[in-house]
Ligand binder design. Sequence first.
Ligand SMILES: Nc1ncnc2c1ncn2[C@@H]1O[C@H](COP(=O)(O)OP(=O)(O)OP(=O)(O)O)[C@@H](O)[C@H]1O
Ligand SMILES: [Mg+2]
Length: 369
Amino acid sequence: MNPPRDIRIQGIPDSVPEAIAAVCRSRFSLAVNKLLDETGIEDIKVTVSTALEKDSSQNGQNSIQKKSDRDLSPEERAKRYKAQKPLFTFEQLVIPEKVREDLLLAVDLIRLESKVFDEWGLRKIEPFPRTALNFHGKPGTGKTLAAHAIASKINRPILVASYAQIESMYHGEGPKNVEAIFLAAEQQNALLFIDEADSLLSKRLTNVTQGSEQAINSMRSQLLICLERFRGVVMFSTNLVENYDKAFETRVRNIYFPMPDETCRREIWNRHLVKELPTAPDISLEKLAQVEDVCGRDIKNAVIDAAMRAARQRKEELTLSELLESINSIKKARINVTPASRPLTPEEKEETEKKIKEALAKKKQEGTS
Ligand SMILES: Nc1ncnc2c1ncn2[C@@H]1O[C@H](COP(=O)(O)OP(=O)(O)OP(=O)(O)O)[C@@H](O)[C@H]1O
Ligand SMILES: [Mg+2]
């Protein structure tokens, strides 16, 4: 057998933040592996790394390291994942009452587990009680914040893993990584939060023809196995799952994060204009909240952007017009990621209908006054 031919692609500048570089690396290597599968070329190991990383072919060390990485057991892999203290609290989260109730119910279920399953003996009929939540909604609506908030509410650390960290350029590693993060969460008594989980929760593919599709399928199957066995809380975050796997649908409780309405926007502005921030007397939360179609992240970015600009111009305080300017330019620059051709989800449909009704009512009111 020929020795494996290694290709190392170096190009992502090291100034690119690790989270973004990880996504680029994994997407790029998936694409390269797909190409290799299509051409039937085997025995090539492709590594995508930052521009400054040492070339492994020069001393062979990295190459050996990589190969031994592939042999790591889930237990050894689990050591790579460290839980952290939650970064946000429940009080920071502004969401409609119904979403808050859903989240608090989940918190209660976690708290009551020991009473119901141990004291009241229900472990006999369900040895692995688990809480699996899926936060879904548009970007910047508070899903990550909510995951941290739940962990902080029940005083437990949170283990954050993104899909990009789990998926691997080497076939067979993805499922081991899935197993490892569940193991790590259990060992550290942490809540598990899997970000960007769209592709993990989607339908398993039938008629698999390519290695990369097979790899995704085996990760999804492994996820199901881990969900069955896991004695803890797992939270997923997705923007859009077009095609849920039925098996996940029945095991995961979906919680939808809508875009904030005017009342929520007002409160989000209020919480982001922290008390130390010098603001002019003309600041009006009502006026800020009237800027529609912005998410919590847009508001946060607008506050930071306006504050930075004011500080650069050596101004002593932030004015309403600066904040309005920032939020409007952020809104303009935001790329609309919702493809026009996609059918609306039931929640989006409900939200759109609500908006239309509100607009009509407003118009009617304006007409009568
Ligand atoms: N509902 C909210 N209440 C209060 N602050 C919010 C809310 N939504 C967003 N924010 C602000 O925006 C920031 C980013 O939100 P977050 O990371 O939770 O969004 P996300 O839904 O996880 O987005 P993505 O889908 O892109 O991962 C938060 O740290 C917070 O400052
Ligand atoms: Mg997030």
